[in-house]
Structure formats: C-alpha cells, structure tokens
Design a protein around this ligand. Structure first.
Ligand code: BG6
Length: 486
C-alpha cells in the first residue's frame, strides 16, 4: 500500500461520487486499507464549503447505500474530506488545486485524479492538470482515472487517447469499467484457470453456445440526457458485455500481470468476426421499452435502443462456429447478469428419455449478480424409474460459502488497484479502440436501410420477441439459471 495518497475527485457533487466513490473510500478506510496519510479532495461547480461536502456525502451514504456507519467512524473519516469549488473550463481552477495540494502536502505526494464528470470535461481537466504541471511524476506518482463513456465512437476514442498520450504515459491512465471490479467477474478467470475440470471442455468441441445477459429492471431514470444519445449498445455492449466476452473466451496467460491479461483480451477482440452490413438484420436485435419516449430529457420521437441482442462469432481455433449471444436491456423482468455456457448434447443416447427431455441439458451458469454464484446443470436418474433422467443442479452461492456481506463494491477493489499501480482490471487504450471498431459499424448500420426494426417491448418482459427469434433461428433459446430460485 502506498504510504500517502491524495484522491482528487472531479465531479465530487455528482451521483457517482456520492453513491460509489465516497462510500467505497469510507469502507476501505474502515477496513484499514487506505494509506496512512490521505486526503480526499472534492472538486465541482457547486459553491460548497468543506462542511457542505462532508454533510452531503454523509447523507448520501445513509440514503443511497446500505452501509451502516457510526457517527464517530464517519466523523473520523470526514476529517479527510475537503472541497474546492471551481469551473472545469477555467485555468484558475487547476492552479487552485495545485496550490491546495501543495499546502496540504505534509506527507502525501502521490495523487490520484479521478474524473467522475460528464465525458465532455475529460480533456479539459486533463489538459488543465497538464498545463499546471500536475501530471509530472518528479515527486511521487500521478494517476488519472477516467470513467466511462470513453468516447462515443472509434474516432472520438482515438482522439481522446491521442490527446491523453501527449501529456502522460499510458501507465498513468486507468480507464475504468466497473464490471471488472466485481468479484464474480474476476471469478470467471479463477473458475477457468484455477481449476482443471473446466478448461479441457472450454472449446468448440464441447461447448455449443455461450450466452451473456445483463438485464436491469430500472429504466433510464434521471439519465435521459446522456442515455438518449448513448443507447444500450454504447452504454453496455462496447464496455461491459465485450469485457465479459473476452474473459470467457481468452486464452490462459502465463501470469496474472496487467499486460499479459490485456494482450490476451486484445487477441479475442481481434478475432471477433465483424457483423457485416448484410448480416446486421439477422444478427442483431434492437428494442425500446414502452414509455421510454416519455422519460425526462428523452426525445419524444427517440429511436434510441434500450435493449439489444447480438450474435457474435470468434474466428479462432478454440471458438470457430460457437455462437456468442449477448443481450442487455433496461426495464426487463428481472435484474440479472448471467453467463451461460451451454454444452453440446451427448453423441449417442442409451437411456430412454422423458418426452420433455432437454437435449442439451449440461449448462454451466455463472451468476454475476444478484444471487452471485455458479451452477452446474446435468442429468441425473430419476429414482424408482427404469432409466429416466432429469436435469438437476449443483450450486455454489457466495452467500452460503462466504457470508452475506462477502462481496465488496467493485469500486473498492478498483480504487485499491489504482493506488497499487495495478492496471489489470482497467482498459488499455488499444482495447477501447478495438471495442469501438466492432461496435461502430453496427451502430452505423442501425441508421441505414438494413437496420433491424426498433421493436417496442413492454416493461417487465424480457425484451422484444425478435430477441427470442434470434436464438430460435439457431434452434436455441435464452436460458436463465440464476434468479430468485438460486
Ligand atoms: C453503467 C451504465 O455503466 O452500468 C448504466 O451506464 C447501468 O446504465 C450500469 O445501469 C449497470 O451497472 P450494475 O453494476 O448495476 O450492473
């Protein structure tokens, strides 16, 4: 652990800071995992005092999180919080921060600049910091955490990377994808590479298809302005879903080092077959929940997709011919992030089967959230019958195994990793660009003649019927193993 770190949060009055960053830092503090000497400096436009910042952060902790904190614990932590009001467009703001840091600097000489602002400020802030010499690492290290969205297409992501690289090294940059900070997501690689039983089967010889679902019950809520421009593909596929896909599909690395992992992820992304213009209608589905156009700050004639499903193929030896079905949407029947590994059917059946026998019943389900765990579905003999079989499940639930509070928030892990200088769970510049390279043509086709129709779906369902047809065309269906029952 670094001995002294200052956390400078731009956008400190915003939702992310109040819901995630301050609560995570508070939790780390309580667990004694923050450096001995640290300050948290909030910067935002609101004309708050230190006291206002501390009070709002405390109220948010109580209202927006389930963290139980005693007054004394909070007060002790709050002594580390400071606030500076400033306009991100004004050079004076950065000089003010520099002076403030210099005056605070009793011991802390390492700085984490966290950009929890809307993306239009990213470059402004980075160049403000650069112009005031605050990214130079002459006295301690300087790291910049950049929230999503990182660009809104390939061109803008490239431009952003280029501008960033003019003022700092790639190893100072931490592009965050909070899915990678989730314990269950990290466990994908542990399940695959810390066990011998899965890996021999983890290929086209035994796996029939892979499904990745990230479903949410919430709608766009207060984020209409951002979401109506982004839509589900930029918001969820370009980052979270493609990250999950790379973790399922990548080759084992020789070590658990950031660049080794990121190199393997790049190989997967490079091998994904681009969805061609002619294929976009057959391979993608777009939907919008009924009522979306009446949401605040959403255009009444919006064509933005709030649900999408896609079929990808990975052109390499391990995965040739295995479809990867990805889907994500808002206002879906159930909050559920799940990866389904569907194994092939047995080559020859010797048992009399039940009429409703599910021919491909071997399923490994990785439940990312909620009901975190892993489930294996396989056939067992029904007792008392001659040789009838039925699907049964073997379960691992985090809650049973590690206790109900065993899963820290993703941001806790990610914040720790930034101060440890470990970028394994962050996205490298080339990966952001390659992800956009895959996504951009799909979004472009969605504007054109071959676009699949934008189907309206009812809130509380599993999205448009076309999503079912996407798999139906391959004699497949969406499988849900995690759920209330696990
Ligand atoms: C964010 C998206 O990145 O992830 C949101 O911008 C989405 O739209 C959220 O709701 C989902 O995260 P989680 O951790 O709740 O699955």
């Amino acid at each position: 652990m670094s001995e002294s770190v200052n956390y400078i949060i731009f956008g400190a009055s915003g939702d992310l800071s109040r819901r995630k960053l301050i609560p995570s830092l508070f939790n780390l503090y309580r667990k004694n995992r923050l450096p001995q000497s640290f300050q948290i400096i909030g910067v935002a436009g609101r004309p708050w005092s230190n006291e206002d910042f501390r009070r709002v952060s405390h109220e948010s902790l109580l209202e927006l999180t389930s963290i139980q904190a005693s007054e004394s614990e909070w007060n002790e932590f709050a002594g580390h919080l400071r606030y500076f009001s400033g306009d991100f467009n004004q050079p004076a703001t950065y000089q003010m921060i520099k002076d403030a840091l210099a005056s605070l600097e009793t011991q802390a000489s390492n700085h984490i600049f966290y950009l929890a602002t809307p993306p239009e400020y990213f470059l402004e802030i980075i160049s403000g910091l650069a112009q005031t010499g605050q990214l130079e690492e002459t006295h301690g290290w300087r790291r910049v955490v950049i929230e999503k969205p990182f660009g809104n297409d390939l061109e803008s992501a490239r431009a952003l990377n280029e501008s960033i690289h003019k003022v700092m090294h790639e190893d100072q940059v931490y592009r965050i994808d909070h899915y990678l900070g989730k314990e269950t997501v990290q466990n994908i690689l542990v399940a695959r590479f810390a066990n011998t039983i899965f890996e021999p089967l983890w290929n086209r010889n035994y796996i029939d298809s892979v499904q990745i679902t990230v479903a949410e019950t919430v709608g766009v809520e207060t984020r209409g302005k951002y979401y109506d421009k982004a839509g589900v593909v930029r918001d969820m596929f370009q980052n979270h879903l493609l990250q999950l896909l790379t973790l399922v599909a990548m080759e084992p690395t020789s070590s658990y080092k950031a660049d080794a992992l990121r190199d393997e992820k790049m190989k997967v992304l490079s091998a994904i077959r681009p969805i061609s213009a002619g294929q976009v209608r057959a391979s993608t589905v777009r939907g919008q929940y009924r009522g979306y156009t009446e949401e605040p700050n959403v255009s009444p004639v919006s064509q933005t997709a709030t649900f999408a499903a896609m079929r990808f193929y990975i052109d390499n030896w391990r995965w040739q011919g295995v479809p990867f079905y990805l889907r994500s949407g808002k206002k879906i029947a159930q909050k559920s992030s799940e990866i389904i590994i569907q194994f092939k059917t047995v080559p020859h059946r010797i048992f009399p089967m039940q009429k409703d026998f599910n021919a491909s019943s071997n399923v490994l389900s990785l439940c990312l959230q909620p009901n975190e765990g892993i489930h294996l579905r396989f056939e067992a003999k029904v007792p008392g019958t001659l040789a009838e079989t039925r699907s049964v499940k073997m379960d691992f639930a985090y809650q049973d195994e590690f206790g109900s509070n065993s899963l820290p928030d993703a941001y806790e892990r990610l914040l720790l990793d930034v101060s440890a200088g470990d970028a394994s769970l962050f996205t490298r510049a080339d990966q952001t660009e390659l992800s956009w390279q895959l996504i951009d043509p799909i979004l472009q086709e969605w504007q054109g003649t071959y676009a699949p129709p934008l189907e309206v779906y009812e809130p509380g369902t599993w999205g448009p019927d076309a999503s079912v047809r996407l798999l139906g065309d391959d004699n497949c269906e969406w499988i849900q193993v995690c759920g209330d029952q696990c």
